[in-house]
Ligand binder design. Structure first.
Ligand code: ADP
Ligand code: MG
Length: 477
């Protein structure tokens, strides 16, 4: 059924920008303020006769995002009034941008972008079901919002979720630091436009799903909506163009209202806000130099330079602390692919595991990680021993080599000592020894295991293997 139809998705994402003050006034922009109506002033309360003044930092944030996605920055821009009536917008209009968005075009995670512009957030309505009262909290009113719109070029729920994740990573304090972009807190809000059409035919009628406040909700809602629309089309019914909500508990979308088409808003330029010629503003001139290495560039570099597993690269891209530790250690280790992958393993499984269990009090140095890997590669310690050393180094601190000494984790490589162990293994396992003599190599691992046990884990298993072969059946390679 599914491959008869092509789903198409375009996303609209709103992100609360991190600024000291609101978009058009000096009230504090504090998303964590719990007391209602604290960060307010006549401007964000929409008193008549007040004058909005645009926030330079908010504009700068969006321009940096524009540069990061390779979009075209506007030379000229203005703010428009988007007129509609709602209790959370007492001015009767929302300040937004219509004709001259700050950014046009660009691309992220393989998805073409239409535009990125600024608008102001609305107040928040709170409905008390018990008393039947509705209250309005203006703390959020006038908070700078970035709106990013994609082209209708996404074709699956998974791709939509991946896009949202990549956007969050880019905006977060780990990279551009323009927003905390926490979806659960409403700092990043996704709306999905979804349509379905028979393969090869033009786009179908789109439905807009609002209030998606987790990556999971984005993917589940789109999956649901694709299925719902396909079922309707299969029955020969029409899709109604409308806005739908997402019921988190039931995991279904539900009809909210028929969508207003954009001319209903009667957009027009706000006469009180100065027009902006952006290329003439000094602070915006060298913004390219303020960009960090971006996630996509980092991925490319890791792929080229290190050849480690893609899943490991993703961990480094999403956590710069791990990335810089990795890069410091690689400088010490050099380019040996095997050691580099081994290093990646210790970081992305062992160290990450320790971090998740809150076991890391002392963050290791690159030199220490490199030393650990060298010790494992040279057979001086076992990989079990390396895990112990890492756990100790990150809980108590200390140099890996010293820890290995103190804990007696250096593997015995002294042939005489190991030969004694091998002789004991041979004496105690006559049946398996006979098997190995007869050429059954499978028992070799068992015999090595016995040797490790006798040495309490301190024997170098590589040397044990060699000695066992030599003593029992030299014909085995
Ligand atoms: P509107 O005028 O209803 O706001 P736009 O053309 O501005 O519509 O597009 C809004 C969003 O809907 C964009 O993200 C766009 O990619 C997406 N979109 C447009 N047409 C479709 C379609 N047929 N199917 C899915 N998404 C669409
Ligand atoms: Mg639109």
């Amino acid at each position: 059924m599914d491959n008869k139809y092509q789903p198409t998705i375009g996303l609209e994402v709103h992100v609360e920008l991190k600024t000291a003050t609101k978009m058009f006034c000096h009230s504090k922009n504090d998303p964590d303020e719990k007391r209602p109506n604290v960060n307010i002033c006549p401007v964000c309360l929409a008193h008549p006769g007040t004058l909005p003044v645009p926030n330079k930092k908010a504009v700068e944030h969006v321009l940096r995002v524009g540069l990061a996605v390779g979009g075209t920055l506007a030379d000229y821009t203005e703010f428009d009034r988007k007129n509609y009536f709602y209790p959370d917008i007492p001015k009767g209009y929302q300040l937004s941008q219509y004709k001259y968005p700050l950014v046009s075009g660009g691309k992220l995670a393989g998805v073409e972008l239409t535009r990125i512009h600024i608008e102001e957030d609305t107040a928040r309505s709170i409905h008390d079901d018990k008393t039947g009262e509705s209250l309005v909290d203006f703390n959020r009113s006038g908070v700078p919002l970035m709106e990013l719109v994609t082209e209708p070029v996404i074709h699956s729920a998974k791709q939509s979720g991946d896009f949202a994740k990549e956007l969050q990573l880019l905006l977060s304090p780990l990279y551009l630091n323009v927003s905390e972009a926490n979806m659960e807190k409403g700092e990043m809000r996704v709306e999905a436009n979804i349509s379905v059409a028979p393969v090869g035919e033009p786009f179908g009628t789109k439905v807009e799903v609002k209030n998606l406040n987790s990556f999971r909700a984005v993917e589940r809602a789109i999956e649901f909506e694709i299925k719902r629309q396909i079922e309707l089309l299969d029955k020969g019914e029409k899709i109604v163009q409308e806005t739908r909500g997402w019921n988190e508990g039931k995991e279904i979308t539900f009809s909210q209202r028929q969508k207003e088409s954009s001319h209903d808003y009667r957009y027009f330029p706000d006469p009180d806000i100065p027009k902006l010629w952006l290329s003439e503003i000094a602070e915006f001139k060298n913004l390219n130099e303020t960009l960090p290495e971006l996630p996509s560039a980092k991925r490319g570099r890791y792929e080229r330079d290190y050849g480690i597993k893609v899943t490991d690269t993703e961990i480094f891209v999403s956590d710069p602390r791990f990335a810089s530790l990795f890069e410091e250690a690689v400088k010490v280790l050099g380019e040996d692919k095997k050691s580099v992958q081994l290093l990646a393993n210790y970081l992305t499984s062992d160290l990450l595991g320790l971090v998740k269990n809150d076991g890391v009090k002392v963050w290791p140095t690159g030199a220490a990680m490199a030393e650990l890997v060298k010790m494992v590669s040279a057979g001086e310690i076992s990989s079990r021993g390396a895990k112990d050393i890492l756990a100790t180094a990150t809980s108590e601190g200390g140099d890996p080599r010293k820890i290995a000494e103190e804990k007696g984790l250096f593997q015995k490589s002294d042939e005489w000592e190991l030969l004694k162990i091998v002789e004991q293994v041979i004496a105690e396992n006559a049946a398996q020894v006979a098997d190995l003599k007869a050429g059954n190599e499978k028992v070799l691992q068992f015999l090595v295991g016995q040797g490790m046990k006798l040495s309490k884990g301190s024997a170098n298993p590589g040397i044990l293997v060699e000695l066992l072969k030599k003593e029992i059946n030299p014909a085995i390679m």
